[in-house]
Design a protein around this ligand. Structure first.
Ligand code: ATP
Length: 362
């Protein structure tokens, strides 16, 4: 698999793109394996759509190379790239039926109706829209239009599928359903897909791997569990999931574990930092247990105060009052709120040293 990834079905090597004085893609490289589903995740303006448009052929990078299946497509016009694109607004033709929308690309390729019909039927079945074939697309719900857009992109059998925030127009519940549906569908089809989103939960749900982008570069490219469990930087930690964070200063190193003084007490964590280094200590919400667990080997304990409690149904979040407002913050997630804990309560929090992450202070 490693070799396959190195080779890459899709590779972008050293892509740069400037708009005026702004560098939007900054020497960006990525390799995506055949059949892989990779999300580009990042805040608004980090260059996700620009990268997607370069891959689609809708934009030409200023420098760098893009290949698909070993073929250099950097300067190839969009319509010759054999790349399917699903846009944010679906871009369906309102005056055409569902089947006509799906068949549009086949007609444009000069494929005869007799050959197109079974392919359209297959694409309709794939997205479970067969019974809607004759309807005008304007008569469909948002989720159904979304399915038609995916079918229309897949029917031409592209070697690559690009999706630009395809669920942003859908309500939360439908979006969650469609995410799982899309992931399942693309796995069945076995197509390589690049998916743009600024929603970290969406990226975690759909992707084989996620590329977290920051100012035109890829900050970390990893599978969801690695990204969440071992973020490469504070930027990734912040962008993916929640955490309790504390500023601290390393008091002693050695043995692969370093000791850090924080305003809420000393903690130990795996890492390699010199004594005196300023660091940020971070722990994921679900790694923390409340209550006065007695001191134990391998366990950190800090004393904090609860600011607010948020009930989320399957879990409850404690928002902590931390000493330096703004820089420090804390969210702890519990399956159940312990007896007697509410806004203003003091709380002892325990978490394993091995679950404690350290980052250089910004
Ligand atoms: P969003 O989630 O908001 O779509 P994004 O990460 O996809 O953000 P891009 O759309 O790639 O970001 O845009 C990155 C930057 O490039 C933005 O500052 C944007 O204003 C700028 N930009 C994009 N296209 C052009 C263009 N054609 N001309 C000038 N500036 C552009």
């Amino acid at each position: 698999m490693a070799a396959l990834r190195q080779a890459g079905h899709l590779t972008v090597a050293g892509a740069a793109k400037r708009f005026g004085a702004a560098t939007v893609l900054d020497d960006l490289s990525i390799a995506v394996a055949k059949g892989e589903f990779v999300s580009l995740l990042g805040p608004s303006g980090c260059g996700k759509t620009t990268l997607l448009r370069c891959i689609a052929g809708l934009l030409r990078p200023d420098s760098g190379r893009i290949t698909v299946a070993g073929r250099d497509i950097t300067t190839l016009p969009a319509h010759k790239r054999n790349v399917g694109v699903v846009f944010q607004n679906y871009a369906l033709f309102p005056h055409l039926t569902v089947a006509e929308n799906i068949g549009f690309g086949l007609r444009a390729q000069g494929i005869r109706p007799a050959e197109a019909a079974p392919r359209i039927a297959e694409a309709l079945a794939l997205v479970r829209m067969s019974e809607h074939a004759g309807k005008p697309v304007t008569a469909l719900s948002g989720g159904q239009q979304q399915r038609v857009a995916v079918a229309r992109a897949l029917v031409v059998r592209p070697s690559l599928l690009l999706l630009d925030e395809p669920f942003s127009a859908l309500d939360r519940k439908l979006r969650e359903t469609m995410q799982v549906e899309l992931k399942h569908l693309l796995r069945e089809v076995g197509i390589t897909a690049i998916f743009v989103t600024h929603d970290q939960e969406e990226a975690l749900v759909v992707s084989d791997r996620i590329a977290v982008m920051n100012a035109g570069r890829i900050e970390q490219l990893a599978d969801p569990a690695t990204l969440y469990g071992r973020p490469a930087s504070l930027y990734v930690l912040d962008f993916v999931g929640q955490s309790t964070r504390l500023a601290g200063r390393v008091s002693a190193g050695g043995g692969g574990l370093v000791s850090v003084e924080t305003a809420l007490g000393p903690v130990r964590a795996p890492g390699a930092f010199a004594p005196g280094s300023r660091v940020v200590v971070a722990v994921r919400p679900e790694a923390v247990t409340p209550g006065a667990a007695s001191p134990a080997e391998g366990l950190n304990r800090i004393e904090a105060r609860v600011r607010e409690v948020s009930f989320l149904g399957s879990r409850t979040q404690l928002h902590l009052d931390l000493p330096e407002e703004g820089e420090d913050r804390g969210v702890v997630e519990l399956a159940r709120l312990p007896e007697g804990i509410g806004p203003g309560s003091p709380v002892t929090l325990s978490f394993r040293e091995e679950d404690t992450m350290l980052f250089p202070a910004a």
